[in-house]
Design a protein around this ligand. Structure first.
Ligand SMILES: C[S@@+](CC[C@H](N)C(=O)[O-])C[C@H]1O[C@@H](n2cnc3c(N)ncnc32)[C@H](O)[C@@H]1O
Length: 450
């Protein structure tokens, strides 16, 4: 049998990126918030893992679990393997394989994540990706599937068309950027109609060329409708459970009030989510799928919630000044909820069951659940990890700081106390590498341990 021809570019490397939604603790906390048991802390797998940056951070932060990354690009896999070896991460492996022909990958996997793949490949690979998940997901497992969605993502097909049309230029990325910038300057109708296009262009101007090539110069760039993606998975026996982006599970904070009223009484999941996508002009979705299982009853749900331990993240804003910047505008955080919550977490990590006894939350676990999910989404609080002193985390961080000092792009460091990674801006990365930076961050990254 001949190997499938890649329908994705392989001649340029995708830069390292970290996605906190892929962390086992994040996925577990979101599932539990939605009323489903957390998956086992067994085997995690990323489909289309690029250079395996997220996989490396998460493997170092969760040494009690196993991690696997799969990607068709041999250079990506070579970089990923070299980093894992240098950091001595023996719970992490990478496979160079096309998802249409994933030989030698047995599974089952308790968590399967994929980011930046589904909207950038043709229907054959999309189907193969869904089939892989349906075949390899453990019975209690979860799949987190990110893609560019209709209708908000559709706007960027216009950018894709411009970059693709520049493919013959000596430097297509620079050419495409210059053409788009000129159009914006000229107040082109596209930029007038799509307020976020200018912001996206500004962001692109700060990105390495490899990022832009992968995002906009593949043959396919297809924002997908929720119904199409949900159908791919439901045809294979998997059930949509919600979003890995907590904000998208909270209508009160993510849907304009009037639009929310038009959703009242809509029970059909596909129609409801499609209407929500229109209400939010949703550009990106991060859908969670599991095998069919009845959601936990109220008592069981409470028991699941009460088991999660939450920690405040360094740099959390004072509760009085807290405003959530959401895609539908600023949402003021109610200080009657967030002041006691953040004050309690500032004293140290706390179990949901303990925070629940504080007056505004007593007898109102739903309110606390929502407040914690907003805090998770906003990067203020996070579930506690299982291995605060993971030695692999400190080794990996020292390696990454050395790479950053050499000018490499290092978007995040491994935060073992959270079982995750944490984004670090370049200036702070330099301070940390030079032995400085805030003490709370040095502790989070295990930088002063022998
Ligand atoms: C945009 S990059 C995203 C990388 C990583 N998931 C991230 O978010 O940083 C997409 C990755 O998917 C990989 N990919 C595309 N099609 C694939 C296929 N059919 N099988 C395996 N990997 C694939 C590409 O090589 C690339 O590394």
């Amino acid at each position: 049998m001949t190997a499938p021809q890649p329908d994705y570019l392989t001649d340029h490397d995708y830069p390292p990126v970290f996605h906190p939604e892929q962390a086992p603790g994040w996925l577990a906390a979101v599932l539990v918030a939605l009323g489903h048991p957390a998956p086992a802390r067994g085997h995690w797998c990323e489909l289309g893992c690029g250079e395996g940056f997220s996989a490396a951070l998460l493997a170092a932060a969760n040494p009690d679990m196993r991690f696997t990354g799969i990607d068709l690009n041999p250079r990506h896999i070579a970089t990923a393997r070299a980093r894992a070896k240098a950091a001595g991460l023996d719970n992490l492996e990478f496979h160079c394989a096309d998802l249409r022909d994933p030989q030698g990958l047995a599974g089952p996997f308790d968590m399967i994540v994929t980011h930046g793949v589904l909207s950038w490949v043709g229907p054959e690979v999309r189907t193969a990706l869904a089939a892989f998940i349906a075949t390899h997901l453990a019975p209690g497992g979860v799949a987190a599937v990110q893609y560019m969605s209709e209708p908000g993502g559709a706007a960027f097909r216009a950018f894709h068309a411009v970059f693709r049309a520049c493919a013959g230029a000596p430097d297509p990325v620079a050419e495409g950027l210059a053409r788009l910038a000129a159009l914006r300057e000229a107040k082109a109708g596209f930029f007038q109609m799509h307020a976020h296009a200018a912001q996206t262009l500004d962001n692109l101007l700060t990105q390495p060329p490899g990022y832009i090539r992968h995002e906009y110069m593949n043959a396919t760039f297809q924002p997908l409708a929720f119904g199409e993606v949900a159908g791919l998975f439901s045809d294979r026996g998997l059930v949509w459970r919600g979003s890995a982006t907590p904000l998208d599970n909270i209508d009160a904070a993510s849907i304009p009030e009037q639009a929310a009223r038009s959703l009242a009484g809509v029970r059909d999941t596909v129609l409801r989510e499609t209407m929500k996508d229109l209400a939010r002009n949703q550009a990106l979705r991060y859908d969670l799928f599991t095998r069919p299982k009845a959601p936990a009853g109220d008592e069981a749900h409470l028991a699941l919630l009460r088991g999660v331990v939450w920690a405040l993240l360094p740099g959390a804003p004072p509760p009085a000044a807290l405003t959530f910047t959401t895609p539908i505008g600023p949402v003021e955080a109610d200080p009657r909820l967030y002041a006691p919550l953040l004050t309690r977490l500032a004293q140290g990590p706390a179990r949901f069951g303990d925070i629940e006894t504080i007056p505004p939350f007593a007898g109102r676990p739903g309110l606390l659940n929502q407040a914690l999910q907003m805090a998770l989404w906003a990067g203020i609080a996070h579930p506690l990890g299982r291995a605060p002193r993971a030695p692999g985390a400190a080794r990996l961080n020292r390696l990454l700081l050395a790479e950053a000092a050499q000018g490499a792009r290092v978007p995040a460091l491994c935060a073992a106390p959270l079982g995750s990674g944490r984004a670090v801006p370049p200036a702070q990365m330099a301070d940390l590498g030079a032995g400085g930076g805030p003490q709370a961050l040095r502790a989070l990254f295990g930088l002063d341990r022998g």
